[in-house]
Each structure stands twice: as structure tokens, then as C-alpha cells.
Design a protein around this ligand. Sequence first.
Ligand SMILES: Nc1ncnc2c1ncn2[C@@H]1O[C@H](COP(=O)(O)OP(=O)(O)O)[C@@H](O)[C@H]1O
Ligand SMILES: [Mg+2]
Length: 429
Amino acid sequence: MVRLRQLREWTGLSYRELETRSRNMGAFVPRSTLASALRRNALPRQEFVVTVVRACGLDPVPWARARRRLAVRLATSGHPAEPAPAQTGPAPHQLPPSPAVLVGRDEELGRLVRMLTTTPVTVVSGQPGVGKSAAALRAAHRIAHLFPDGQLYVNLRKETPGAEPPGPAEIAALLLRSLGTEGSQVPADAGEAAGRLRTVLSGRRVLILLDDVASAAQVRPLVPCGGQSTAILTSRTPLTSLDCAGHVRLRPLSRDAAMEALERFLGAERVQAEPEAVRTLADLCDHLPLGLRIAAARLAARPEWPVRILAERLADERRRLDEFRVDDVDVRASLALSFEDLAGSADEQNRLAVCVLGVVAALPAGQVRLGEAAALLDMPQDTAERALERLVDANLVESGTPGSYRVPDLVRLFALERRNELSRCCDTA
Ligand SMILES: Nc1ncnc2c1ncn2[C@@H]1O[C@H](COP(=O)(O)OP(=O)(O)O)[C@@H](O)[C@H]1O
Ligand SMILES: [Mg+2]
């Protein structure tokens, strides 16, 4: 419709002149219809396009073809052919700053950027503290210029364990308000709000980063499956049931990258003075960026400490989780969120998974094979497998080869601390 409006302005013809010309062509369009149709943004009917273009003295065939292509695009993208409200105010630029240090993620970032420019939805998943938010932010900043109508950011992380995460209606309302919709115009119903969001996004190029999504159900109606916008979701679970999504799963860093991260955080001098202690420290952090970040922050606050001192303190398993805390950044709290999601779930499979976590974490090195786990838990093998796979999905257990499972050290220590709560889940599962 914008093009037709520009065409009329270009010819300098008035509505009255267009009305006369259309009457002379035998396809009468009253000037009131012309004026109101040209004011709207909805896709006009084919005959209307042909009549207006011919009345303007041009060949209508390419215009008719362009209109048909547009109609097909709108139909396949699932966008209703209703007018997209004009953007009011400046485009939102809500992305928090890109992380200053991001090591060992070149390959993943390359994949993320490729996916974001070719897939409507990209999910970045991995265990708590593995660096999902950091990688997603870095990738979002790299491609932000491709989304000039705005970059939206919503942190869905629950502040307190046990709190209800926001639902789709609440998230849609946040996004709509950020895109200029008056609060009073935001529908309360989740379905309506999601529809309204699709309308507002249609014809716009917007990047949406939803950080720490709890479940696929929380965002399913909101993520754009077509059109020109893109969404990046980070989540502790892989959200594999979302339609039209690409997936990038992050693992802890390699040992070399973990040591490089420590060097970037602490400075080359301190690291080169004690390479062995730095290697031990990296290993004790499970090569997990959050652990490395906390360890580095603690050492930064104690410039007189040799790295070896912190490594020795962390080596004591009973103290390790206490040591992994600085200000409000805390490995234990980050694990607690994942754990509470499963333990407090209405789904008894999730509670069974927590019970299984407690049993496996108590084994030497937290390692087990499926047959062994089933015998130990006194349950059929397929039940044990379902529970263990759920833990793999929640990124609380690793499975290198089918049938073999390992609880990462920090998760294992956390599970041992919460042994009583975990075994309560065995009674309610
Ligand atoms: N590849 C990396 N190199 C260095 N630091 C990182 C890396 N990835 C994450 N971090 C830092 O580790 C901490 C945890 O990362 P974050 O992205 O918040 O983890 P997640 O979102 O998976 O819980 C942050 O302080 C972040 O800046
Ligand atoms: Mg995060």
C-alpha cells in the first residue's frame, strides 16, 4: 500500500482525477474508497491495485505480480494481512552490553550468527553458568545492525527459587510495551496478546533476546516463526519441542580456554607466575565460565594471595560451593534454580529425576552406567533411563556415550549438600 501511495504522490493526481480515470476505464472506484484504502496499510485487493496503477497510466502487470508474491509471503509467514501499527517513538535498543571477555567460543559464535540470520528462532542451551547469556549477547550485538526496528531484551530469570516464572501473556505485554503499544492497549489474554505481538512485528525487523527461558510452554506462542524478526532464547533445558528453532548447546570450556579466561581475568603476570596452580584452579572450576569468573573475582579482591591458596581452598570438597561465591554471583544459587525447577514440578517424572540425581551423586566420582543405576535404584531400566535423560536435558548430568552418565563435580557437591531434600523426592515421585 505504501508503494501505491507513493505512486499517486509521484503522478500528482488527485483522488477526483483518479476517480474520473477509473470510470473512463470501466472500473469505477469512488474517490472516498480510494482515499480510505490508500490510507490503510492492509494488503489491497488485486483489482484495486490493477485499477489504480492503470489510472496512473502505468502497466499494471508487474504490480499485480508483486502483490501476489506479497500475499503468498504473508500467508506462509502466518502473519495476518492486517495493518502493522506504525512504530511510535525511537526503536528500542535494550541489549545489555556485550561481555568484555569471551574466550573459546569462536566456533559456537560462528554457528550462532549463521543460525540467527537464517532461522527465526535460535535456542542456546547448557548448564547453569556455562556462558549462555554471554554468548547470546555477543552474537546479538554482532547482528544488531540487521534489525533496525529494535533489539529487545527480557531477563526471565526467577529472582527467588520457587517463584512462578512469568507466563506468555506477561512476556508478550512486556514486548508490546517496548515496541510502543500503550499499556492500556495490551490484551490480558495470552492468545490475544501473542496475536497482537505478531501484528506489531509484521513488516518490522526486530531482534528479541529472551534470557533464561524456563520451558517451551513459557514462550511457544510468542516466538516468531516467520517474517523478518528473529528470537534468541537461552535456557537451561534444550527446548527441543519449539517449532522452527535451531539449537546450539554450550559445553564447559576446554582446559586451555579455561586457563586463557583466567589469564584474561587475572592478568598475564599472576598466571605466568603459577601455571600449575592456575591449571588446578581451572580444573576445580569444572572449566565452567561462572566458576572461573567467581574464582577470578575473589583473587582480584586479594592481590596478595598466590593463586595456589584459592586452589587449595577449592580442593576441599566440603568448602568448594562456599568458596564459589562473590557478591550476588553464586554457583550454588545458580544450581538451586535448576534443581528447584525439577523438585517443585507437578510432573512426577521430574521429581523422580531429582531422586535419581541424589543416588548417582553419592557414587564415587558421580559416575554410573545405566544397568548399574537401575539395579541400585531398584527400578526397571527404561524408568531409570528416562529419569537420567531428563537430568541430561536439564544439563545437570552429562552423558558422553549412550548408557553412561556422569554428574559434574559442582552439581555432585550441590546434590550431596541437599541429600535430604533429594531423597524426599524419592517418596513423592
Ligand atoms: N567464554 C567465556 N569466557 C569468559 N567468560 C565467560 C565466558 N562465558 C561466560 N563468561 C562469564 O561467566 C559468567 C557466567 O556466564 P553466563 O553467560 O551468565 O552463564 P549462563 O547464562 O549460562 O548461566 C559471566 O560472568 C560471564 O561473563
Ligand atoms: Mg544466563
